[in-house]
Design a protein around this ligand. Structure first.
Ligand SMILES: *Cc1c(COP(=O)(O)O)cnc(C)c1O
Length: 302
């Protein structure tokens, strides 16, 4: 609860755990569950509410008038921030990587409907994360890209209150900035080991980014970097057919940017015996389904 008189705009009570099994896993001595954070909200989806909560609390406590944050044209973080700001009556500005496109993505259009304003900056200026000239005024509060930082980690650690870490040997999640992964690692306190599936290509800094958000002793995790499918938000026909087939066997929809790669990796790792016999795996479905609106109609079967 951010303010005592204002309920939070999302539905954590909808979070549940589903057991999944694929026929190809017959005979592999592992069990797999999925934590359905995708059910929290279609817009402030998956891990995004968790990562934003303490930033929003801080901004509200400080009486900030406007929130500034960063993202690409399909950013789940940007859209979630726009929706949360609208809900709490705070103005928002999105600093967008790249030239203003001739046609806005549905993510940007939706964020604009929530009242977000935008500034498009070159990729170089974006990378340096400098505040473009004169954007930041008094009363502005900056949330880093993807909610990367300690308030994001603290919020993501709350995901661990929705499952019992003692019931699992491994927790698998998709990782971008690494904020959610760091939150999970700090939240489970070494009880299970975390497998972070990187969705970025050649992201050699990933493990260090995660470590810099953790206490020195928190190192029970591995970054798995074999499944980026060409890079951030890239995909191929094999990933699309996996998504459709995974949906038809489990009833679970996935998104092309994060969770399809996560479940694809889970499947491959199980099949190649990565997890020792008797492993019990919890995979975090971190949401993000709105990103599928970049696909042509009819690509996915749901
Ligand atoms: C943002 C996002 C992630 C990545 O979270 P990080 O904390 O940036 O690593 C994973 N899955 C989904 C669906 C997301 O939207």
């Amino acid at each position: 609860m951010i303010e005592s008189n204002k309920k939070i705009p999302v539905h954590p009570e909808r979070i549940r755990t589903d057991n999944i099994h694929r026929p190809s896993w017959d005979g592999m001595d592992v069990e797999a569950d999925v934590l359905r954070l995708d059910l929290v909200d279609p817009v402030i989806s998956g891990n995004k509410w968790f990562k934003l909560e303490y930033y929003l609390r801080d901004a509200i406590a400080k009486g900030c008038k406007r929130i500034i944050t960063y993202g690409g044209a399909w950013s789940n973080h940007l859209l979630a921030t726009a929706a949360a700001c609208k809900y709490f009556g705070i103005a928002s500005l999105g600093i967008i990587r790249g030239e203003e496109p001739a046609t806005w993505s549905s993510t940007l259009q939706q964020a604009r409907e929530y009242g977000m304003e935008f500034q498009f900056v070159s990729r170089e200026a974006y990378r340096s994360k400098q505040n473009p000239d004169g954007v930041k005024n008094e009363g502005d509060y900056v949330i880093p890209e993807g909610g990367y930082g300690m308030p994001g980690v603290k919020g993501a650690a709350n995901i661990c209150t929705y499952f019992n870490p003692h019931a699992y040997s491994h927790i698998c999640c998709a990782t971008g900035t690494g904020t959610m992964t760091a939150g999970l690692i700090s939240g489970i306190q070494g009880i299970s080991s975390v497998c972070a599936i990187s969705v970025l290509k050649n992201d050699t800094g990933c493990a260090d980014r995660i470590k810099s958000l953790l206490d020195p002793g928190d190192n029970s995790f591995q970054v798995i970097d074999e499944f980026p499918f060409g890079g951030y938000a890239k995909y191929n026909p094999a990933l699309i057919s996996f998504m459709n087939e995974f949906y038809s066997t489990t009833g679970i929809p996935t998104d092309i940017v994060y969770t399809a790669k996560l479940f694809y990796a889970l499947d491959q790792l199980i099949l190649r015996g990565y997890f020792p016999p008797g492993s019990k795996i919890l995979t975090i479905h971190s949401g993000g389904l709105q990103g599928n609106s970049s696909l042509e109609n009819g690509t996915l079967i749901w």
